[in-house]
Design a protein around this ligand. Structure first.
Ligand SMILES: NC(=O)C1=CN([C@@H]2O[C@H](COP(=O)(O)OP(=O)(O)OC[C@H]3O[C@@H](n4cnc5c(N)ncnc54)[C@H](OP(=O)(O)O)[C@@H]3O)[C@@H](O)[C@H]2O)C=CC1
Ligand SMILES: O=C(OP(=O)(O)O)[C@H](O)COP(=O)(O)O
Length: 339
């Protein structure tokens, strides 16, 4: 029988998590929540999701807008085995009180602090640590991208230290409030950015320092990563390690992939909503100089954490072991598949 899942917060991440759950045989979406009766709420209903009010007081706002909600988040939580909290940054920690009160397992996203959960999660790096847990945090998009890349090298070749710079998209494509339109913002100004410590919340023995800068683009983040290795390694070793990991996709500038714009154009042809769940690594950026590996990758922030949420559900509810879950998630989301 399929396990029952609530998605609390049907926004950028929540709608993708809901659609990904709908593709799995062993889980089903019981309902999704919104605070506003906007086009996203209407689309959720149109797609067949049962809609609930994320904040009880808002039921009347939905009713005044002529939108029928099935109840409140509390009603929804009583029907499910697990909730995937996809509410805005820091709201998940508030929502946790309700999950604790009702004894519901919960997955939080990377906008929450590490201590919101017992485990910070990345499927390929530490699936086993989430098995049977009550509260798990799927780390942020950049941290997910960095952790996958570092783990894929580290599992075969010992590394000494990592230094990474992240060029961060300023907001998601749907945003239309004022923002950074013509500047580069060190974010944060004082190092390190949260990504290094967040990678260490999954891979505690990795020596890593990260810096991040926001730029006026919306479609992807870009990482420039330098990894000092313990032993000699070749470009071919790195390329083969990446080629073997389905959650990393290699792109080559000779094929015309000269920028994130081109990678996203490719993803538009490949996937629903151009969701690119894989790290987009420029194959021809991979270089080894004086025992140090250099590599550049791009991350589609809206979609990279979606497979991790599906695997986290399976780990926490002990539905499958690591290998089986990752294989099934990759199959259903067509990860690592080019047609
Ligand atoms: N967007 C991204 O690039 C990524 C985001 N994340 C993380 O995922 C989380 C969600 O981000 P994102 O999807 O971008 O955010 P969005 O703003 O796109 O969506 C948030 C959703 O939460 C709903 N919501 C608002 N208040 C509450 C509440 N009190 N309880 C439950 N739901 C509520 C909103 O509903 P309504 O619109 O009706 O108010 C909306 O549907 C954050 O932690 C973020 O850091 C992680 C990786 C990438
Ligand atoms: O998880 C993300 O970025 P992050 O890994 O830099 O924290 C998402 O792009 C959300 O970032 P935002 O908080 O700038 O919207």
């Amino acid at each position: 029988m399929a396990v029952k899942v609530a998605v609390n917060g049907y926004g950028t991440i929540g709608k993708r998590v809901a659609d990904a759950i709908s593709l799995q045989k062993d889980m089903e979406v019981v309902g999704v929540t919104k605070t506003k009766p906007d086009f996203d709420a209407k689309m959720a209903i149109k797609k067949g999701y049962r809609l609930y009010a994320a904040i009880p007081d808002r039921v009347k706002v939905f009713e005044s807008a002529g939108l029928e909600v099935e109840g409140t988040i509390e009603d929804l939580l009583k029907e499910v085995d697990i909730v995937v909290d996809c509410s805005p940054n820091k709201i998940g920690a508030e929502n946790k009180k309700l999950y604790e009160k009702l004894g519901v397992k919960a997955i939080f996203q990377g906008g929450e602090k590490k201590d919101v959960a017992e485990v910070s999660f990345n499927a390929i790096a530490n699936y086993e640590e989430a098995v049977g847990k009550q509260f798990v945090r799927v780390v942020s998009c950049n941290t997910t991208g960095l952790t996958r890349l570092i783990y894929t090298i580290k599992k075969n070749f010992p590394i000494k230290k990592v230094r990474a710079t992240m060029i961060r998209r300023v907001v998601d494509p749907k945003e239309d409030k004022k923002g950074l339109v013509n500047g580069i913002q060190p974010n944060p100004i004082k190092l390190p950015s949260h990504h290094g410590p967040d990678v260490q919340s999954i891979l505690p023995d990795v020596n890593i320092i990260t810096a991040a800068f926001k730029v006026p683009t919306t479609i992807m983040h870009v990482h420039s990563v330098a990894i000092e290795m313990e032993k000699d390694i070749s470009e071919e070793d790195i390329k083969s390690a990446f080629a073997e990991e389905p959650r990393i996709m290699l792109f080559n500038s000779e094929d015309g992939f000269t920028s994130t714009a081109k990678i996203i154009e490719f993803a538009r042809d490949l996937r629903l909503r151009y969701d690119l769940y894989e790290n987009a690594v420029w194959e021809d950026s991979i270089g080894v100089v004086d025992g140090e590996v250099y590599v550049t990758q791009a991350i589609n922030q809206e979609s990279i954490v979606i497979p991790e949420n599906i695997d986290a559900i399976r780990a926490m509810l002990e539905l499958m072991d690591k290998e089986e879950s990752i294989k099934e998630t990759n199959r259903t989301l067509k990860i690592g598949v080019l047609d």
